[in-house]
Write a protein that binds this ligand. Structure first.
Ligand SMILES: NC(=O)c1ccc[n+]([C@@H]2O[C@H](COP(=O)([O-])OP(=O)(O)OC[C@H]3O[C@@H](n4cnc5c(N)ncnc54)[C@H](OP(=O)(O)O)[C@@H]3O)[C@@H](O)[C@H]2O)c1
Length: 324
């Protein structure tokens, strides 16, 4: 089976490309001229140059593929326009190319995000039947990516997955929390709850969803099924690192100021900074959780790594690779 993976130079995509290749897929990775290929080193994949924002570059990438795993995306951006150009328009470009150049494709798998749905507002865990209400530009652009996929759903068998926060080896975002806890202090802005997913379990879920007949045309939340309080996550990381940490309480009003200055720095330097005003729009909501019953039932998705184990493995990886 031939599979195209976009976003394969990134955190999740690099794990997926390696897993698909190990399972016998002939994997092609769409990479940009500027992509850093470190995580694909030694992985048996073919590289093809393209850019999701450039429609003309995509026909050659999708031609002859059986599966397309679309993971390319911006999780942080210098401007709203950048989010939409890649997460929304980039997704539309790719699925349009698939419908024109690879119409017999078995599955188009789009990795969306819990951010595209939004935070929990009511009492119970949100299910996929509820109406999305994203609160960040990132979330809105990912939801627009979902709409682009749904537009082609009658001609291309497509599945949308909305992972919660994903963590594990190579992740640079959650790593910041490990780093600050390792240094003995933790920024804390109040109680909240989060669904989490270890990267290997996500990769397993992605492959199950792509290969499952029943998943065509459907959308799934995906997490390890747990709901973790901020305190549990902080304790889990400090215990894995063997350190005591002091919580530094940051008032929510100060978060907005931090976001404002980060945006300014980002505009001047052109660098995407993880803590920016868009991320802070999400942080203002305490509950980022989801119900994964549908994925468990339809896909027989059985996450193997709970938070405690996943955090220990991740901390070990950071230590071994001298990130900590
Ligand atoms: N990490 C999470 O917790 C999480 C949770 C839910 C959903 N997701 C979704 O999962 C996907 C992967 O996330 P990640 O954390 O692995 O992100 P990442 O490490 O930042 O990787 C992003 C990937 O997208 C590629 N990319 C960006 N713009 C592109 C473009 N215009 N054309 C082609 N490729 C482009 C990057 O390529 P370069 O190497 O060239 O920059 C990179 O390979 C994203 O779509 C994200 O929305 C992530």
């Amino acid at each position: 089976m031939k599979a195209l993976v976009t976003g394969a130079t990134g955190f999740i995509g690099s794990h997926l490309a390696a897993a698909l290749s190990k399972r016998g897929y002939k994997v092609t990775c769409l990479v940009r001229k500027t992509s850093n290929l470190t995580w694909l080193d030694g992985v048996d994949v073919r590289l093809i140059e393209g850019d999701c924002s450039d429609r003309n570059s995509l026909d050659a990438c999708v031609r002859g593929q059986d599966y397309i795993f679309h993971l390319a995306g911006l999780t942080k951006a210098v401007s709203r326009e950048h989010f939409y150009a890649v997460n929304a328009k980039g997704t539309e470009n790719l699925i349009e190319a698939a419908s024109e150049t690879a119409p017999g494709i078995k599955r188009f798998l789009y990795l969306s995000s819990l951010s595209a749905f939004g935070p929990r507002i009511g009492g119970s865990l949100p299910t996929e039947d509820e109406t999305p209400h994203p609160v960040s530009e990132y979330g809105k652009s990912k939801l627009n990516g979902e709409y682009a996929v749904l537009k082609y759903a009658s001609s291309i068998p497509a599945t949308i997955l909305r992972p919660s926060v994903v963590y594990g080896p190579r992740d640079k975002d959650f790593f910041l929390l490990f780093k600050s806890i390792g240094r003995g202090f933790t920024p804390y802005w109040g109680d909240g709850r989060t669904s989490l997913l270890y990267v290997d379990d996500l990769v397993e879920g992605v492959i199950l969803a792509a290969e499952s007949e029943i998943a065509a045309g459907k959308t799934y939340f995906i997490s390890d099924g747990g709901v973790y309080s901020n305190s549990e996550i902080i304790s889990g990381i400090s215990s894995a690192l063997g350190v005591k940490t002091v919580r530094v309480r940051i008032p929510k009003s100060l978060l907005s100021v931090i976001g404002f200055f980060s945006d300014g720095i980002s505009k001047i330097t052109g660098e995407n900074i993880i803590i920016n005003s868009d991320k802070i729009r999400e942080i203002m909501y305490p509950e980022w959780v989801c119900d994964v019953t549908r994925a468990k039932k339809d896909l027989n998705f059985q996450p193997a790594v709970d938070m405690k184990k996943g955090i220990i493995w991740t901390a070990d990886w950071y230590r071994i690779h001298k990130w900590l």
